[in-house]
Design a binder for this molecule. Structure first.
Ligand SMILES: Nc1ncnc2c1ncn2[C@@H]1O[C@H](COP(=O)(O)OP(=O)(O)O)[C@@H](O)[C@H]1O
Ligand SMILES: [Mg+2]
Ligand SMILES: [Zn+2]
Length: 398
């Protein structure tokens, strides 16, 4: 059997399966119930959050015979039935009532003319022909203008869905004639849940730490999460009879540096322990991790401290429970202004390191400077009892 990539195999077939975009699916379903479908839509948002998916489900729904013929079903279910001839054509990718047009590669006026020509013909079966125009911001101004007329007087059977990752590049003349839907970045928990479901369907064991690593790497894009999962399955499933994803392998594949190393940096600052700091530098260099990448993640570590300072909660810290608890504990060893100064140093260092060829020792220097900052600003323990490095007292009283 050929291997089908996860993103395609698990593309949602109905509104209810589209995660985290309920504000959009609900509105579309309402308009279907009321029979008030528009002719122009803009779907904007990051890559891989469900724009094309929602457009396809929408196209399927407006042409579903059951939705058209059965008012009770329309009112109470409001989903493409998946069983009628039209729905089956959609699922098999043979429906003539949907055309996908990639504006990134067909963006000339001629391409648009051809599309316009095509739009004149109504559907043979079903009710609407839906045109999905992907990456619409890539169209030239002339191409947009050529399209404007069609959008002003659209044939009754045509629905245009413009998908874009860059909403601001769409001319106001086009945008003002469309209903606009903003697709959200998909929250980490939703990505984890989705991946968990896929692993279950694929009969694969997986632990929550692995799911979280993959989810975090995807940064809000479901497609990215699924592609990473494909890679992980190819790389991290040991044997066919075992069928489980192993955390160490996932961490290795994603080049993940364990949180311990970032806490070692902040510990070294709080304890004024240059030796510990140099151990971290050694670890990064000896294991061939990218120093820039390490600094980036160290910034995220600082960001997590600032979140805890500011919110007095670890709610927005995307880490497993025990790591969150550690942030909560360790904030007592610092004060926000010290963390801020460390952030400044790291941002500066990131910029400077970019222009250096051999920068391993500079990387060490950056880490050592953090201790220097800690010394001059005084970590909370140092500030309250000089030399008493292990004593923990909050610098900020809540
Ligand atoms: N909101 C979502 N819910 C469930 N799966 C999603 C969602 N968004 C994206 N996906 C998955 O990612 C794949 C690509 O999504 P797509 O809709 O093509 O993204 P884009 O926003 O770039 O058009 C889909 O096949 C689906 O498997
Ligand atoms: Mg798309
Ligand atoms: Zn149907």
């Amino acid at each position: 059997m050929s291997y089908q990539v996860i993103a395609r195999k698990y593309r949602p077939k109905k509104f209810a399966d589209i995660t985290a975009q309920e504000h959009i699916t609900r509105t579309i379903q309402n308009s279907l119930r009321l029979g008030r479908v528009g002719h122009g839509y803009i779907f904007s948002g990051l890559r891989g959050v469900g724009k094309t998916t929602a457009a396809r489900v929408f196209a399927k729904a407006v042409n579903c015979s059951r939705m058209i013929d059965d008012p009770v079903y329309l009112k109470e279910v409001t989903e493409p039935c998946g069983e009628c001839e039209s729905c089956r054509d959609f699922d098999e990718g043979t429906s003539l009532n949907i055309s996908e047009f990639d504006a990134a590669s067909n963006n000339s006026v001629d391409d648009i003319r051809q599309l316009r020509e095509n739009v004149r013909y109504g559907p043979q079966k079903g009710r609407f022909r839906v045109y999905i125009i992907d990456e619409v911001h890539m169209l030239s101004t002339a191409a947009f203008n050529a399209f404007l007329k069609t959008l002003e007087e659209p044939p009754a059977h045509a629905i245009f869905i413009f998908a874009t990752t860059e909403l601001h590049k769409i001319p106001a003349t086009i945008a003002s004639r469309c209903q606009r839907f903003n697709f959200k970045r998909i929250p980490l928990e939703d990505i984890e849940k989705q991946l968990q479901g896929i692993c279950e369907a694929e009969d694969l064991g997986v632990d929550s730490e692995s799911l979280q690593l993959i989810g975090r790497k995807a940064q809000g894009s479901m497609r990215d999460a699924q592609s990473i999962l494909d890679q992980v399955i190819a790389f991290a499933v040991e044997q066919d009879d075992e069928r489980s994803i192993r955390y160490e392998k996932v961490a290795e594949l994603l080049n993940y540096i364990d949180d311990d190393h970032f806490f070692a940096v902040t510990d070294a600052v709080a304890d004024r322990d240059p030796e510990k700091m140099l151990d971290v530098a050694r670890f990064v260099i000896d294991n061939g991790y990218d120093e820039q990448d390490f600094l980036e993640k160290l910034l995220e570590h600082m960001r997590n401290f600032l979140i805890v300072f500011n919110l007095r909660s670890t709610r927005l810290v995307e880490r497993p429970e025990q790591v969150r608890a550690r942030y909560e504990r360790d904030t007592a060893r610092f004060n926000p202004s010290l963390i801020m100064r460390m952030v400044d140093l790291l941002l500066q260092a990131q910029k400077e390191l970019k222009f250096q060829f051999e920068y391993q020792f500079r990387f060490e220097l950056v880490l050592l400077k953090l201790i220097e900052i800690g010394n001059s600003a005084g970590t909370s323990s140092a500030a309250t009892s000089p030399g008493g490095a292990s004593e923990k007292k909050p610098a900020v009283q809540h």
